[in-house]
Design a protein. Structure first.
Length: 110
C-alpha cells in the first residue's frame, strides 16, 4: 500500500501568511491616510504606518513562500497545490491593492 503524499510545509506557511496579511490589513481601511500623512510625527502617524508595513511583509512572505512551495510541489510531487495557489493569490492581491491605493500618497513622502 502506497503512503499518501504529504503537504509541503511551505504551502501551509503561504496560506497562513496570506490570511494574516489580509486580516491585518483590514483595519487600515478605516484610517484617514490623508490626515496621517499630513500630520507631524507621533503615535498617530507611526501606528498605522507600522501596521501597514506588518501587513505588507506578511503578504510578501505569502508570495515568497508560495513560490517556494510551487517549486517543491513540482520537484517532489507533494500535495498542497490548491493551498499554495490560494496563499499566493491572497498575498499578491493585497500587495497590488496596497500599491494601487496608497502608493501615490506614500510616494509623496519621499
Amino acid at each position: 500500500m502506497e503512503r499518501p503524499k504529504r503537504f509541503t510545509p511551505w504551502s501551509i506557511l503561504s496560506l497562513v501568511a496570506g490570511i494574516t496579511g489580509w486580516l491585518s490589513g483590514l483595519p487600515l481601511l478605516a484610517v484617514d491616510w490623508r490626515g496621517v500623512l499630513g500630520a507631524t510625527a507621533g503615535v498617530g502617524v507611526i501606528g498605522p504606518i507600522a501596521w501597514g508595513l506588518l501587513s505588507a511583509v506578511c503578504c510578501l512572505l505569502a508570495v515568497l513562500f508560495g513560490i517556494i512551495a510551487l517549486l517543491r510541489i513540482r520537484k517532489t510531487q507533494c500535495r498542497g497545490l490548491g493551498i499554495t495557489v490560494t496563499g499566493t493569490i491572497l498575498g499578491f492581491t493585497a500587495l497590488t491593492s496596497y500599491i494601487l491605493i496608497w502608493g501615490p500618497d506614500l510616494a509623496r513622502l519621499w
